[in-house]
Design a protein around this ligand. Structure first.
Ligand SMILES: Nc1ncnc2c1ncn2[C@@H]1O[C@H](COP(=O)(O)OP(=O)(O)OP(=O)(O)O)[C@@H](O)[C@H]1O
Ligand code: SF4
Ligand SMILES: [Mg+2]
Length: 357
């Protein structure tokens, strides 16, 4: 994967974090198509390493509609970032997409040339990384970086682009944006750097935003503030948001829908409230039980037994088999995803339907 993506990749903010003007700032959002903004079908991204083929993303499917938020949740190493990088075209050798499709407004991103992808990246599709320095160049002033990002996808003059850069900083709540434009990234706090990265990601009002744990390193107050601001922005602008996190408490307040990932596979999907209230897959159940909750105050947290197996040493059949209390002989075959309740899919032979009250 690319550790230092080019400026154009993140480019692009637009409207409204904090009180602000927005009209002059950016083009109108693109016209929505009738289907979902993003539809990932059967995606497979593998890394061809000396030790073997690491199937980091294996037959992954989900979709995100305009103005909707999908929380992609799973433990470390489950394949969340590789999924995001696959969508935005940043998987580097020895990794590559070996199967499936990534339909963005009906176009398969997996089939685009790098040149075509550059036209979308940072413009119609943007990504916010966990580390804002993935977006920011440490040796360039902030104004230079945002202006470059603006001009990569517009015909604005340098002066006009600088005005837009200033407005973008104001919109993400950076005080004295005119002065701060002259600063270098190291002159910002971690929270402010992330705000700059978010401003750049939102510059061109993307149709699709992928946010990869962007608030994990921030303190909880700033985290909550940024979450609600990004959520509001996406809702008002019709941006489809894929929010990647290992933190269920984040998705519970933010996401409309949830997709749970384990060992490169999506094991459960559904409306966020439904999945959190009534997890069907034993892994989701364990994940929820291991998170502190006000409702379970005083009770011991449950742990999922065992360790996440390495992707080169997965058990045959269901990947969760060695940790699952419900496993039986049927689980020696890898289950397909199936709809077991209205709008709820799970990849399990023995979903926890019996636990539903
Ligand atoms: N360049 C690479 N070569 C080999 N394997 C890789 C490479 N990049 C990622 N992987 C593997 O792909 C799997 C998924 O990684 P990924 O970074 O997507 O996990 P993640 O769910 O984002 O985890 P985290 O929560 O820690 O960020 C991991 O097992 C990882 O080791
Ligand atoms: S398929 Fe079997 S092993 Fe896998 S999660 Fe379901 S019950 Fe457990
Ligand atoms: Mg990750």
């Amino acid at each position: 994967m690319n550790p230092t993506p080019p400026t154009a990749m993140t480019a692009a903010p637009h409207a409204a974090m904090g009180p602000t003007p927005q009209a002059a700032m950016t083009p109108a959002p693109h016209a929505a198509t009738s289907g979902p903004t993003l539809e990932v079908r059967g995606l497979q991204t593998h890394f061809f390493t000396r030790a073997g083929v690491v199937k980091a993303v294996e037959n992954v499917s989900f979709s995100v509609g305009s103005g909707r938020v999908l929380g992609l949740v799973g433990e470390s190493g489950s394949g969340k970032t590789v999924t995001g990088f696959s969508i935005i075209g940043l998987v580097d050798p020895p990794g590559r997409i070996v199967g499936g499709s990534i339909l963005y407004q009906g176009r398969d991103l997996a089939k685009l040339t790098e040149r075509e992808m550059r036209g979308l990246r940072g413009n119609r599709i943007a990504m916010i990384f966990q580390d804002p320095m993935m977006t920011l160049n440490p040796v360039l002033r902030i104004d230079t970086q945002i202006i470059e990002a603006v001009r990569a996808h517009t015909n604005l003059s340098w002066r006009e682009a600088r005005v837009r850069a200033r407005d973008a900083l104001g919109m993400v709540g950076i005080p004295h944006p005119e002065e701060r434009l002259d600063a270098y990234p190291h002159q910002f706090s971690g929270g402010m750097r992330q705000r700059v990265a978010i401003a750049i990601a939102l510059l061109h009002r993307p149709d699709l935003l992928i946010a990869d744990e962007p608030t994990t390193a921030l303190d909880v107050t700033i985290q909550a503030q940024i979450l609600s601001e990004v959520q509001q922005l996406c809702a008002t602008q019709g941006t489809a948001l894929l929010w990647i996190t290992h933190d269920l408490s984040v998705v519970s307040g933010l996401a409309d829908d949830i997709a749970v990932m384990y060992a490169g596979r999506i094991v459960e999907t559904g409306a966020a409230s439904s999945v959190l209230d009534r997890p069907l897959h034993p892994y989701t159940h364990g994940l929820i039980g291991s998170v502190p909750s006000r409702n379970r105050r005083g009770q011991r947290l449950r742990q999922i037994p065992g360790m996440t197996p390495g992707l080169l040493a997965l058990p045959a059949g269901c990947a969760f088999r060695t940790r699952c209390a419900r496993a039986d002989a049927a689980c020696a075959v890898d289950p397909d995803a199936r709809e077991v309740m209205a709008d709820r899919t799970t990849r399990c032979f023995h979903p926890e339907l019996d636990l539903i009250a």
